[in-house]
Design a protein around this ligand. Structure first.
Ligand code: AHG
Ligand code: MN
Ligand code: MN
Length: 336
């Protein structure tokens, strides 16, 4: 084989696995099947607008009272079906389903748990704005080996994740993942259908960057500390600039590459904010910390939070370390 500079996602994951002689191969298989699902979803996302059965709402609401888009439902099914039979998972959990998703009886059960937000940013589907998929992988904690997974396998703190990642379906499709050894990004080359290493060892830039990202229309619902923090960012010299896509996956991707902070703050009447701890916040926190950044709920390290329910929400502050710390200082004033 000639020497080549092309590193596929499969090669990268296999090389990572070789660093862990105790690894069973199940973990590699989970990541590769997630990547396959991402390629299928990417193909459909690129057809949105052309094909009737892809764009628009299903007419139903999900358990969060949000309109289910056809692509939400499609992506959810693609991921489940790509992994249900592999023998690598003991159960799954999806933002689109209230309870945990069991592995069908006819298939073997494995050592891992997959939690996912099949399509993040669904309100942006109809307007050709970037959307994504977020995933988080834990090792099961229940036994015995080969049995069905339980709720306790899903309800683990973020620090227990063995891998996490996301896919952005944007101007190109990029898959970014960590298995605790740095953060690596792979761009889909549609001509060969492979994810190729394009962003090896992503590190957040030093310093605080110059971008803040938050839905500022909720300003009046924020605590005084949150309001003061954002005002300070605007009036600092030089002032920060503002970017808000409304797809967390894309907003966090930019934050990872360019620095700054992404926030989904608590509101006075919604102390948990909007984002889901297990499907959205914890995987992003793991990635950002692996890239040298930081993630909190405004007070606590996000990865330390012990979940008590599958759809638990949490405020999220994620990005450059110093800036996330500065946000916490302002929020602490609310307690005085
Ligand atoms: P989802 O599409 O999975 O329901 O998530 C949408 C989330 C997240 O992507 C984004 O940051 C946030 O909703 C935007 O909410 P606001 O419209 O309240 O800003
Ligand atoms: Mn989401
Ligand atoms: Mn979603």
């Amino acid at each position: 084989m000639p020497e080549t500079s092309v590193v596929t996602l499969s090669r990268h994951i296999l090389e990572e696995e070789r660093r862990h002689p105790e690894a069973s191969g199940q973990f590699t298989s989970v990541l590769l099947e997630v990547a396959l699902a991402a390629k299928i979803i990417s193909r459909e996302v690129n057809k949105a607008g052309l094909v009737d059965d892809i764009m628009g709402s299903t007419g139903e609401e999900n358990l969060h009272g949000e309109r289910v888009q056809k692509l939400d439902a499609y992506a959810d099914e693609v991921i489940y079906k790509a992994l249900d039979h592999t023998g690598t998972l003991c159960c799954m959990g999806s933002e689109e389903h209230e309870g945990l998703l069991p592995i069908p009886d006819r298939f073997p059960k494995g050592e891992y748990v997959l939690l996912f937000d099949p399509l993040d940013g669904s309100s942006n589907i109809d307007v050709n704005v970037s959307i994504g998929t977020i995933f988080s992988i834990h090792r099961r904690v229940s036994g015995p080996e080969g049995s069905d997974g339980l709720l306790e396998d899903c309800l683990q703190p973020g620090k227990n994740q063995v891998a996490a990642g996301y896919v952005v379906y944007g101007s190109s499709t990029i898959l970014v993942y960590t298995s605790g050894n740095g953060v690596h990004g792979f761009t889909l080359d549609p001509s060969i259908g492979e994810f190729l290493l394009s962003h090896p060892d992503i590190r957040m830039p030093d310093g605080v960057g110059n971008i803040y990202s938050v839905n500022e229309s909720y300003y009046r619902r924020w605590s005084p500390g949150q309001q003061r923090f954002v005002s300070e960012l605007k009036t600092s010299d030089p002032p920060f600039t503002s970017r808000y896509i409304g797809s967390m996956v894309a907003d966090v991707h930019r934050t990872l590459l360019k620095g700054g902070i992404f926030m989904y703050p608590p509101e006075v009447r919604k102390p948990g904010g909007k984002l889901r701890l297990l499907y959205e916040a914890a995987p992003m926190a793991f990635l950002v910390e692996q890239a040298g950044g930081k993630a909190t709920d405004g007070r606590r390290d996000l990865l330390e939070i012990e979940p008590t329910s599958l759809h638990q929400r949490t405020p999220l502050y994620v990005g450059s370390r110093e800036l996330v710390d500065r946000a916490a200082e302002y929020l602490a004033q609310d307690d005085l």
